[in-house]
Write a protein that binds this ligand. Structure first.
Ligand code: OGA
Ligand code: MN
Length: 197
């Protein structure tokens, strides 16, 4: 397994939550951050929904972030580099954990001041394709006072993660309930799912 993914995979294996504070290079995190800010300025972010095609809806009392889906066909070099990194991670995970992941999807998420995502599971009730959640953060100088922690509800304790730039979090989409606490400043991330379809 390449060293770069050891931290994330080993911490996932031992704690059910993988955390790597240095998953993204500084350059990629900075590039993605500037790209999202541009997307927001030109009005390309849309309100995030819950559910999938069959039962989609905007429920701002549950989540009120704004999103944009990454796609190779957007021809943005930072999106391409991120998706390439995700593919390499998937290859490594499949090799070391026999996970059989064969698809993925990622969106940027912007939580403006006073945004949140209430406690939930990432797998849809009507579709089990999402196997793992992978979230990476892009926020410089984040402090406890900025809110926006990711709380992951484990059996015996709650894991609390600050959305520091370059950090990745990785867990099973159908097992761990989690929540984004109210933000007190703008919070940027790339969130996605590894799927078996
Ligand atoms: C999600 C989610 C967590 C985070 O988008 O489903 O739970 O920390 N995001 O942004
Ligand atoms: Mn989630």
């Amino acid at each position: 397994m390449p060293d770069v993914f050891d931290t994330l995979i080993n911490s996932y294996i031992s704690h059910n939550t993988g955390i790597d504070p240095f998953f993204l290079s500084e350059e990629l995190a900075n590039g993605l951050r500037l790209h999202i800010i541009t997307l927001q300025h030109v009005g390309l972010l849309t309100a995030a929904g819950i559910g999938n095609k069959e039962n989609k809806g905007i429920h701002e009392e549950i989540r009120n972030d704004r999103i944009y889906w990454l796609d190779k066909s957007n021809h943005n070099s930072f999106e391409q580099e991120f998706l390439q990194l995700a593919d390499e991670f998937i290859a490594c995970l499949n090799q070391s954990c026999y996970t059989g992941i064969n698809a993925c999807e990622f969106h940027f998420a912007v939580y403006n001041n006073n945004s949140f995502y209430k406690r939930h599971l990432d797998q849809f009730r009507n579709n089990g394709h999402r196997k793992f959640s992978l979230i990476t953060y892009l926020n410089q100088d984040w402090t406890e006072a900025d809110g926006g922690q990711l709380h992951i509800y484990q059996d015996n304790h709650t894991e609390k993660i600050l959305p520091h730039s370059r950090t990745a979090v990785f867990f099973k989409s159908d097992e761990l309930e989690h929540e984004v606490m109210v933000t007190h400043r703008q919070r940027l991330s790339v969130t996605g799912w590894l799927k078996r379809v």
